[in-house]
Design a protein around this ligand. Structure first.
Ligand SMILES: CC(C)(COP(=O)(O)OP(=O)(O)OC[C@H]1O[C@@H](n2cnc3c(N)ncnc32)[C@H](O)[C@@H]1OP(=O)(O)O)[C@@H](O)C(=O)NCCC(=O)NCCS
Length: 241
């Protein structure tokens, strides 16, 4: 009898639960959850990557500076970048500079990604964001809900002072989400796109404008307490007995 065959499914499940528990203890970000209206967000995990690479829409723009590999077509290049973006953000995480991608679920199905990131966060208190949705669920407010979710995390729980974002001038949906949430114009810039210069519209939302909007009340964040050190914040003190 082989060593493996003596393990019942229940034993295997208990081991899997134990590994999962250990993972959450070691890297508590995986226990973070955000709900806003009809969407639920949880950090992307490594086992999500094949599916996310397969459903990412063609109009989601990766970093144009990413070098291609010889012999790989555009689809393979974009697939590789989904994996590499994930590993880069995990491997380079620090409390001052971080990037967290959330899987967005709608009606129980993974429909996109909403990311939140910051550089020199304790000093600047500023977050940036990025997102994509599969085409079939666009135009019904999911883009607004998923951005609201991460803004609430940033402003209501991590003490952010401002959120910035940018999009091409002709990206009506991305700019529409930002405008809907109260971002104000913050200038333009010229950027290399890989196929010439593009003009980006920059927008900024302040903590005051966020608080006045009352949108944080639509959102529920759970599993954050153990993640606070990951964002440079002290863990919550235990409630007095
Ligand atoms: C950006 C994206 C996530 C937005 O999600 P969405 O579900 O389509 O957006 P919503 O339905 O929440 O709409 C948000 C707002 O934009 C408006 N809007 C949507 N599409 C628009 C368009 N093509 N032109 C102008 N306004 C548009 C909506 O009317 C809505 O505004 P309102 O609430 O004031 O009416 C989604 O369109 C997407 O994945 N785009 C491709 C990837 C991308 O460009 N990501 C952003 C990179 S910067």
């Amino acid at each position: 009898m082989s060593h493996m065959s003596s393990r019942t499914p229940a034993t295997v499940r208990r081991m899997t639960d134990a590994v999962h528990g250990r993972l959450l203890a070691d890297w508590p970000l995986f226990g973070l959850r955000i709900r806003c209206d009809a969407v639920s967000l949880r950090p992307v995990r490594e086992d999500d990557l094949p599916h996310l690479a397969a459903i990412q829409p063609d109009d989601y723009e990766h970093d144009p500076r990413a070098e291609g590999l010889p012999g790989l077509n555009d689809g393979q290049h974009r697939t590789r970048l989904v994996y590499q973006d994930y590993w880069r953000s995990m491997a380079t995480w620090s409390p001052s500079s971080w990037s967290l991608a959330f899987l967005v679920e709608y009606q129980g199905t993974a429909v996109g990604v909403q990311s939140l990131e910051a550089e020199h966060f304790p000093a600047l208190g500023t977050v940036d964001s990025g997102s994509w949705l599969v085409a079939s669920v666009r135009g019904r407010g999911i883009g607004v809900a998923m951005r609201t979710a991460v803004l609430s995390l940033a402003f209501d729980h991590l003490g952010a002072l401002a959120a910035v974002t940018s999009a091409r001038r002709d990206n009506g949906a991305s700019l529409g989400v930002s405008k809907r949430l109260g971002y104000r114009d913050n200038g333009v810039s010229l950027n290399a796109s890989g196929s010439g210069l593009v003009e980006l519209t920059h927008l900024r939302l302040t903590k005051d404008a966020w608080q006045v909007s009352g949108r944080g009340q639509q959102t529920e964040v759970t599993g954050l307490a153990k993640c606070l050190p990951w964002f440079g914040l002290s863990p919550l003190k235990a409630a007095p007995h």
